[in-house]
Design a protein around this ligand. Structure first.
Ligand code: ADP
Ligand code: ASP
Ligand code: MG
Length: 463
């Protein structure tokens, strides 16, 4: 069996749903379990509706019109979505009366997107004689902790999934069992409240299903030709990376590439289930495959990514010179104040580290640190991360600094990740795109030839 996941852009309207249903039908013999995101920008529309409700305006127009129009154009009944639209309106009325959205009610609110899309797809598949059944994630065993807006799935989810979907997964084509069309992104906690797995969480739903059921592969269908050498919105010549490892993709996602959810590699890393990234707009393109390790030596650099809105914190303590425990003390403070640290570089008496600048509340932590160190906070920085074979870091770094020096770009900190697949640099936020463009051209060339690998195709994956 396989898992097929379609992101929001792949199911944005009636035409796209028809097209995707055609792709699903092609794979019907491989016993797919389908995972869907919300249609198009529905998640954002729902979040906007909450803001409007807080300001006293209850409207579900954008969401209602899109889903009703889609049902009409697909010639399917709206019976399965009408009750949800009613419930959504009631929820927004509640928000407007209370003038409050908690993380828990926000999760309940955005869950409507995925719940609506699976109902439409399932109805449409049945209308074209592909027997299908929509399933809300909790009905197939997804249970999470209560970290609303970014919940973690609990370990029992694995067993639950096998209990709920094992019979379908192990069945034979033609045995009449309907194909499950499962909501991505959402779960329920032990108290029964709806949770979400963080933006882009449908990828994680799909990989966990695939790992738990030991699928032949998990396919994630997007609007690009797979994992690309960088964000195509920054470098339009970005190329497909044919083969990448779970570790490489996890780092790529963590350091800013939107293409897959940062935690989505974890389940398949445990089981070795291959993950394929395909383009639903370009079915013939081979896409990318994500596996445990490269079988043959790949090119030195796999991809480049950037994460903006980062704050750089320099912590200097001459008092700690020659004493042990400096690092431990610093990180204890960050842990205590629940501030997550991304990139770190240290010397005997100083630590430079980066934290996410968006939701940073550093005052209390700073107060603790200032008892023994002087602190400098630098905002509006960006991390540029090179996903590469760190064993070949000398030649990669030489090419990097050469290219940046030519462009008069200074990096302010550099760190070689212990993961062996990333080198990260800090630069000004407004220079980040330029850094990515310069490095992309140096590593991958305009003609697709990689300088670092002696003129071999850079995107050729295993060379
Ligand atoms: P989905 O529709 O499956 O949720 P997303 O929109 O979350 O897909 O992710 C795909 C988008 O990620 C692409 O359209 C692309 O603009 C962006 N992206 C950023 N970095 C990369 C990268 N390295 N490789 C592929 N896509 C990337
Ligand atoms: N619909 C959710 C989002 O927009 C989840 C997803 O697309 O994977 O983030
Ligand atoms: Mg996504």
């Amino acid at each position: 069996m396989i898992v097929m996941k379609f992101g929001g852009s792949s199911v944005a309207n009636a035409e796209r749903i028809r097209h995707v249903a055609g792709i699903i039908r092609k794979f019907a013999d491989r016993r797919p379990i389908v995972v869907l995101s919300a249609m198009g920008d529905t998640t954002d529309d729902l979040l906007e509706a909450a803001e409007a409700a807080l300001a006293g305006k209850v409207t579900i127009d954008a969401v209602e019109q899109l889903h009703k129009k889609t049902a009409t154009e697909l010639h399917i009944s709206a019976d399965d979505i009408d009750p949800l639209l009613g419930e959504l309106r009631t929820l927004l009325t509640g928000i407007s009366m209370l003038k409050e959205v908690t993380p828990r009610s926000r999760d309940y609110l955005v869950s409507f997107g995925e719940r609506l899309s699976v109902r439409l797809m399932s109805a449409y598949l049945n209308s074209i004689s592909v027997r299908a059944e929509f399933r809300d994630a909790w009905d197939v065993g997804f249970i999470s902790d209560s970290s609303y807006t970014n919940a973690d799935l609990l370990p029992e989810t694995w067993e639950n999934i096998r209990n709920k979907l094992g019979a379908y997964a192990g069945g034979k084509p033609g045995d009449g069992k309907p194909m499950p069309i499962v909501t991505g992104f959402i779960a329920r906690d032990q108290k029964g409240f709806i949770t979400t797995l963080g933006r882009g969480g449908s990828d994680l739903t799909a990989t966990l299903l695939g790992a738990a059921l030991r699928a032949q592969e998990v396919q994630t269908w997007k609007d690009v030709d797979g994992i690309l050498t960088t964000d195509p919105r920054i470098v339009k010549e970005a190329r497909t990376v044919p083969v990448a490892t779970y570790d490489e993709v996890a780092e790529l996602a963590y350091f800013g590439a939107q293409v897959l959810h940062p935690r989505s590699m974890q389940p398949c890393l445990q089981t070795g289930t291959p993950v394929r990234v395909k383009n639903s707009y370009n079915i013939e393109a081979p896409g990318s495959i994500i596996v445990t390790s490269h079988e043959t030596k790949p090119s030195p650099v796999r991809a480049i990514t950037t994460k903006k809105n980062v704050t750089l914190i320099d912590i200097v303590s001459t008092r700690m010179l020659g004493q042990y425990g400096f690092l431990a003390k610093v990180f204890e403070s960050f842990a205590q104040h629940e501030i997550s640290v991304d990139v770190v570089a240290t010397s005997e008496v100083s630590i430079s580290l980066t934290v996410d600048g968006k939701k940073l509340n550093f005052a209390a932590c700073r107060h603790d640190l200032e008892k023994y160190a002087s602190i400098e906070v630098k905002k509006e920085k960006a991390i540029v991360t090179i996903i590469c074979d760190v064993m070949r870091s000398s030649s990669i770094l030489a090419a990097t600094f050469d290219a940046l020096a030519e462009e008069n770009i200074n990096v302010q900190m550099i760190s070689q990740g212990a993961s062996k697949v990333n080198i990260s640099m800090i630069c000004e936020s407004d220079e980040a795109d330029r850094v990515v463009q310069v490095l992309h051209e140096r590593y991958f060339g305009k003609d697709g030839l990689c300088e670092l690998c002696g003129g071999i195709s850079a995107s050729g994956g295993n060379v």
